[in-house]
Every structure is written in structure tokens, then in C-alpha cells.
Design a protein around this ligand. Structure first.
Ligand SMILES: *Cc1c(COP(=O)(O)O)cnc(C)c1O
Length: 374
């Protein structure tokens, strides 16, 4: 049997029940379950505002767009970000014609506050922070820096559904936090995301912008008699989430804590195997006081590419998170500015981590890693 990096797990009957409600009601679009999921997410996470959208990529774009408009930022002003991420993170900055300034990562594979501070100029407007694999990294120090230099803080929390720092959900003091509910993330649907703005005005504008700039959504209009008489105030996008995805999300949210606990269990099995081999297999550490969602289990080895091949021969299919973005042509102007990311980029490997993985499989994977890592 092939062991994949990710295998989504759904509570099928419960999901179907929720979806059935949408189909019977004849309401599959924005509203109904989307409103219910936003309410449940706020209750779970403690965020004051939450807007359900069709992906984290859309959420990240809205974050940059709304903060840019509301704060009067200009094209070519700068947002500091990481080279070790999915390209969505940095594309979101480019969609708004702002400049991605790359800062280096630390041992947590998250932005290093020391390097971020060095990269601040009089054109810097925000920091885009990615909690890689669910790890908080030095998030608190980054938040402090943002306060000190009056920068906005955007968090790409695509991996962080359920991550806690000092016992509470991470990110409630950030200006905008984007979550992904894409099929392989910790709270899987088909494709969906959430944007949580700190300010009410940003949230309101975000809602309009995700629905083509229309000032009332269809659901609200359906309540009154002037349903056709909406106003179009902005050149918005079609970024809203839909009730079918929200129906699945409502079920998955109920199990998020339990699911993440299992992910941490898998991670601790791996840790247990590797602890006597620390000279050749180095698991990326989790920041103290962080309860990671454990989206990923990343190890650092000396012979990454060779190990990947050996694993594939053993029917195990790990991943790499991520290719250094400055290796892509469009971000190549940042090449050489982040030596740590560049070095780690060639040495890291994400081992299979999902809810269907058994302890026997973890043992088998770990044995292969121990045998072939150098
Ligand atoms: C998956 C992912 C995204 C994009 O999420 P979508 O919901 O697929 O748009 C953004 N950033 C990171 C770090 C991701 O892993």
C-alpha cells in the first residue's frame, strides 16, 4: 500500500446530512450555512470577525487589498515576507502591486525577527507571517516588531487551524489572519478559507469586496422587498464561500481539536523514533508554549534528495515544504538574501502526516528514514 503525504479524512455521513439540508432548502450559495459556520468559527477561535471565502488565496488577497485601501498604501511599497511558503502568500502581495521583500527564516522555518528588523525600510507597510506546518515560530516577537515600527501584521494561517500559543488561538491581535480549508489542510472541505480582520470596518469592506463590491449579499436582500435594489460600490471579486463547503466545514470543525490531537500523537511517535539519531535526523522544533496544529512533520537531513528516492522505492511519498520562492523566476530578485532558507530548502522533508496513518505505518516510515538518512 502506498503511504501518501496527506490523505483527507471526512465524517462522511455527518457531512452528507449537512449538505442534504442545503440541497433540500435549495440554498447552496452564500448565506445559510456560511453564516452558521462563521458564527461557529468565531466561537471556537475567539476572533471577533470572520468572513468565509472560497480559499485562503482569496483571503490573503483580500487582506492585502483591504489594508492597502484603508491605510492609503501605494504601489511598490513593501511587505516583508518569507521565501519558504506556498506561492499564494507572496502572490497575494503582488496582486496589489506591492513589493515582496524577503526576510530569512529561523530554526522554526518561520520568519526570523532579527532579519525582519534588518529588512524594514521607510517603505515597509506590513509583515506577512506564515506559521509553517502549524508552528507559531517567534510570532510574538514579530507582533512586537510590528507594533514598534507601526507596521500591519498579516498572518497566513493556512496551516494553523487550531494552533494555540500560550493556551489561546494564535493571531487574534493581528490585523488580518487567513485560514485555509482546502482539501489537505487540517480542517478540510473541498476548497474554502476564512479571513479574520481585527477591525470592523476592514471586515465590512472585505465582505463587500468578496461579493463584487455589492453592498448587500443575496441572502440579506432576500429578507426584504427591495431585493433587486443593491448598490455596487467597488470593483470587487467573486471570492465568497458557499453553503455546501460551509456544511462540510461545520462538521469538520467539531472534530478539529480531536484531529489535531491525533496529529500531535503521530508527531510524537516520529519524535520517539528519531531522538537517538539526532546527529543525522533533525525534526524541526516546535516553539515552546505553542500547541501546534501539526499540519506538517518536517525533518532536516544531509541527503534529502537521495532519501526521497529511497522512500519512494519503499512506497512512501513525503513532500517538501517548500521550494525557496526566490528560486522562481518572478521572485529571483530576492536570491541570496535569505541564506538560511536557501540552505534548509535543500535539506528538509515533510513526512506523511494525516488521520488515517496508523502507528505501524509510522514505525515503518521511521525505520526507512533511519536506514537511509545520512
Ligand atoms: C494551502 C496554502 C495556501 C493557499 O490555500 P488555498 O485555500 O488553497 O488557497 C496559502 N498559504 C499556505 C502556506 C498554504 O499552505
Amino acid at each position: 500500500m502506498k503511504i501518501q503525504l496527506f490523505t483527507p479524512a471526512f465524517r462522511v455521513d455527518e457531512c452528507l446530512r449537512e449538505i442534504k439540508e442545503c440541497l433540500e432548502k435549495g440554498w447552496t450559495g452564500i448565506g445559510f450555512k456560511t453564516v452558521e459556520f462563521e458564527r461557529e468559527w468565531k466561537k471556537y477561535s475567539g476572533f471577533e470577525h470572520a468572513h468565509f471565502v472560497n480559499s485562503a488565496t482569496a483571503a490573503l488577497h483580500l487582506a492585502v487589498k483591504i489594508l492597502k485601501v484603508q491605510n492609503g498604501w501605494h504601489d511598490e511599497e513593501e511587505i516583508i515576507s518569507t521565501p519558504l511558503t506556498f506561492v499564494s502568500t507572496n502572490h497575494a502581495i503582488r496582486y496589489e502591486n506591492m513589493k515582496v521583500v524577503f526576510a530569512d527564516v529561523d530554526e522554526y522555518l518561520c520568519l526570523d525577527p532579527l532579519d525582519v528588523e534588518k529588512k524594514i525600510t521607510d517603505k515597509t507597510r506590513a509583515v506577512m507571517y506564515v506559521g509553517l506546518g502549524g508552528n507559531s515560530g517567534r510570532y510574538e516577537e514579530i507582533a512586537e516588531l510590528c507594533k514598534k515600527y507601526r507596521l500591519k501584521l498579516i498572518v497566513d494561517a493556512a496551516h494553523m487551524s487550531g494552533t494555540k500559543l500560550n493556551g489561546k488561538v494564535l493571531g487574534t491581535e493581528a490585523d488580518a489572519v487567513a485560514f485555509s480549508f482546502q482539501a489537505v489542510k487540517n480542517l478540510p472541505t473541498g476548497d474554502a478559507g476564512m479571513i479574520c480582520f481585527k477591525n470592523k470596518e476592514d471586515d465590512l469592506l472585505g465582505r463587500k469586496m468578496s461579493w463584487l463590491g455589492i453592498n448587500k449579499d443575496t441572502y440579506q436582500r432576500d429578507q426584504g422587498s427591495y431585493k433587486w435594489q443593491y448598490e455596487v460600490e467597488h470593483l470587487g471579486y467573486k471570492y465568497n464561500g458557499n453553503a455546501i463547503m460551509a456544511a462540510i466545514a461545520l462538521v469538520q470543525l467539531k472534530y478539529l481539536e480531536e484531529d489535531n490531537a491525533y496529529r500531535r500523537q503521530v508527531a510524537s511517535w516520529y519524535d520517539e523514533h528519531f531522538k537517538v539519531y539526532f546527529d543525522k535526523i533533525k525534526p524541526v522544533p516546535i516553539f515552546p508554549n505553542c500547541e501546534s496544529s501539526r499540519h506538517l512533520y518536517i525533518i532536516e537531513v544531509n541527503n534529502r534528495d537521495e532519501l526521497l528516492e529511497k522512500m519512494n522505492e519503499a512506497d512512501i511519498f513525503p513532500g517538501v515544504h517548500y521550494r525557496d520562492n526566490t528560486e522562481y523566476e518572478m521572485y529571483s530578485y530576492g536570491k541570496g538574501l535569505c541564506p538560511n532558507a536557501r540552505r534548509l530548502n535543500k535539506r528538509i522533508l515533510s513526512l506523511p502526516l494525516h488521520l488515517k496513518l496508523t502507528q505501524e505505518q509510522v514505525d515503518y516510515i521511521a525505520r526507512q528514514v533511519i536506514q537511509y538518512a545520512r
